[in-house]
Ligand binder design. Structure first.
Ligand code: ZN
Length: 303
């Protein structure tokens, strides 16, 4: 198999996970969690989002969280933004990396914003300019490129058009986000292989939800195609507001355990990650869809 020696795991639990909880988590709890994440070796942490506090009250405190976390050298603390206002808030509180998003579904994007996905991306130019001129990095995410509840499969050329639109506005880091949990491994392999070949200048990140139980298999397929950056969430926390029954993201500790057992390095301390997931379960007040939390590491069985 064509496995990389090392991959980068981006922890998205503080954003994608906690935003799906009914309960709003106190700032100090979030700050402690994020400090523990950087301490466990994560190189990328998605801290929160700068979006309307009315629409997403769980993320209203992201500015305060940013001002209170202990910034560890070499760690990228990123945040999700939807518009210029979001970039302004990021600059204000010292956030150095923001991520935009567009839906790959034409129907979804037309219904929501009355624009095609590529037109939406071309409107991000002012966000990119503001971010770059203030020393922030900026990336773009494409949600549901592997399939959407509106049209099932998305034509690959439609997704390529969105990637080109991102490149046109100056964004070279693109995350493919299977928020609807419809991706399957063979599709991931072929799409990623083709994207990497056609857009070698892009840094690709894969973001899978485990809605239909194939999240980890999709990660393996992504690695086979040459992708080395993956989003995961502590305890598998997360969901998707548009997708009925959507499960959370792929589980950080399950993915890291799988990778380490295969000799793929992450520079992350799995034991620390497990204790963070245990803490998250207590904070949110319910059990989490994590295999490793239930069964423990396979190396624990050796006596
Ligand atoms: Zn997600």
């Amino acid at each position: 198999m064509n496995l990389p020696k090392e991959v980068v795991i981006c922890e998205v639990g503080p954003r994608d996970g906690l935003q799906n909880e009914d309960k709003v988590i106190p700032v100090d709890e979030k700050v402690q969690l994020i400090n523990k994440l950087s301490d466990s070796g994560y190189q990328v942490i998605e801290v929160g989002s700068f979006v309307s506090p009315k629409a997403v009250p769980q993320m209203a405190s992201t500015d305060e969280v940013f001002s209170k976390i202990q910034i560890k050298q070499g760690v990228e603390y990123r945040a999700f933004v939807a518009n210029l206002k979001g970039v302004e808030r990021a600059i204000e509180c010292g956030c150095k990396k923001v991520k935009l998003n567009v839906s790959a579904s034409k129907k979804h994007n037309l219904a929501n914003l009355n624009m095609t996905p590529s037109e939406s991306v071309s409107k991000f130019k002012d966000c990119v300019d503001l971010a770059l001129s203030n020393g922030l990095e900026i990336s773009g995410s494409i949600s549901m490129p592997f399939g959407s509840p509106w049209e099932h499969k998305i034509p690959i050329n439609d997704v390529k058009d969105i990637v080109k639109a991102y490149l046109n506005v100056g964004i070279k880091e693109v995350s493919l986000s299977d928020a609807s949990g419809m991706a399957v491994p063979l599709q991931v392999y072929y799409m990623c292989t083709e994207f990497i070949k056609e857009f070698p200048q892009v840094k690709w990140i894969l973001h899978f939800h485990n809605t239909r139980g194939v999240g980890n298999a999709n990660i393996l397929a992504g690695m086979q195609a040459g992708v080395t950056w993956f989003d995961t969430s502590f305890g598998g926390l997360g969901g998707c507001p548009f997708v009925p029954g959507a499960e959370g993201n792929v589980v950080s500790e399950d993915v890291i355990h799988m990778l380490h057992e295969m000799g793929v390095e992450t520079a992350i301390d799995l034991d620390k990650v497990i204790s963070i997931a245990e803490r998250v379960s207590l904070i949110v007040g319910h059990s989490l869809p994590s295999y490793i939390l239930k069964a423990g590491k396979s190396s624990n069985l050796i006596r």
